[in-house]
Design a protein around this ligand. Structure first.
Ligand code: ZN
Ligand code: ZN
Length: 344
């Protein structure tokens, strides 16, 4: 039996990573597939990836696999070979992160979960075997030339806010699980129309397309590889780009500019801006849109109250943070959910 857990401390592991001379490639991939025994598969995968010095975070469920990993450059090909040798991962799309130093992970964690994407679906008849048609950038552009085609953004509202496809509709909810029934409800009179779902990398819209079929929609499509792959294809093939603004990403950049158009507004003064920041008050950390002028005026804070707090000595700030409800304050992404009275 192989050792499936690291016995070394986090600190030591991080140290090992920093001492590595070889650079790493960060890749992500996912695939929906009925895995009969996720635990057995997890153990096999762990043993094989460990040999290849793979770090990262992988989720396995009976519906498939979702992985974000890094691998030393010299072991990229062997990793690819290994993954492709697994029946259901043959030719899986490996998305390579571009602006990444490969230092995001220093340990390999493979977790078995109920779902690879939490969806809140309880109906036992739902499964991922019947999903919508894939569309690539070419076909996406062609289908959306028809004004009757409905394009649905399956990301969070703060992602939609700074960038989306022309004519895309937003499903205004904070979570994917709420979005699914909401999308079906919003489109209930369009069951025969062509509906294209999209998200950042494809994993959410693929599930959404299966859900819409499950709910009786007839012509459901989803954008293969999401916005990321679409933008790459548009550049490679010189196609028309129908995505406007910024593509929100979950790393420090908080967004990749796709076109020069600024489609959002500063949450504080209303001027055009699509720069997401986290409030400089660590006890708040609210994600919101702030223009340069407001950033200067408020020292990167979301409100007068937070601005007052960051003026205090660090010790006092720490004292203030004690006992605050972090669930409410941290990663409170929506303006609507900004605490009342502080942002107006
Ligand atoms: Zn502003
Ligand atoms: Zn704040």
């Amino acid at each position: 039996m192989a050792v499936l857990h690291n016995r070394v401390s986090q600190k030591e592991l991080k140290q090992h990573l920093l001492q590595e001379k070889e650079s790493r490639i960060t890749i992500s991939f996912y695939r929906y597939y009925s895995i009969t025994d996720p635990i057995v598969f997890r153990d096999e995968l762990y043993t094989a990836l460990n040999v290849l010095d793979v770090f990262g975070r992988i989720y396995i469920a009976s519906e498939g696999i979702n992985a974000q990993v890094s691998v030393p450059q010299s072991k990229f090909d062997p990793l690819k070979e290994y993954l492709f040798s697994i029946d259901f991962l043959k030719n899986v799309r490996l998305n390579i992160a571009i602006d990444d130093d490969g230092r995001s992970f220093w340990v390999l964690k493979i977790k078995v979960r109920d779902k690879i994407v939490a969806d809140g679906i309880t109906d036992p008849d739902f499964n991922m075997n019947k999903k919508g048609h894939y569309v690539d950038a070419d076909l996406f552009n062609e289908l959306t030339n028809d004004p009757d085609t409905i394009v649905v953004d399956m990301r969070n509202h703060y992602e939609y806010e700074v960038g989306h496809f022309e004519q895309a509709i937003e499903v205004p909810s904070d979570t994917f699980r709420e979005q699914l029934p909401m999308a079906a409800e919003m489109l209930k009179n369009a069951k025969e129309k062509k509906i294209i779902m999209y998200c950042t990398g494809g994993i959410r819209c693929e599930k959404a397309s299966a859900y819409m079929l499950h709910r009786g929609f007839q012509n459901v499509f989803h954008l293969v590889g999401g916005i990321i792959h679409y933008v790459n294809q548009v550049e490679e093939k010189g196609l028309e780009n129908k995505f406007k603004g910024k593509n929100f990403v979950f790393d420090n950049r908080l967004g990749e500019r796709i076109t020069e158009e600024i489609i959002a507004k500063c949450h504080q003064c209303g001027k055009p801006s699509d720069t997401h920041v986290n409030c400089a008050n660590e006890g708040c950390h609210l994600l919101f849109i702030q223009c340069n002028d407001c950033a200067k005026k408020w020292g990167g804070c979301c409100s007068e109250a937070c601005y007052a707090i960051v003026q205090l000595p660090t010790e006092q700030q720490k004292e203030l943070r004690k006992g605050t409800d972090k669930g409410q304050n941290i990663f409170n992404k929506s303006r609507k959910r900004m605490r009342p009275g502080l942002n107006e």
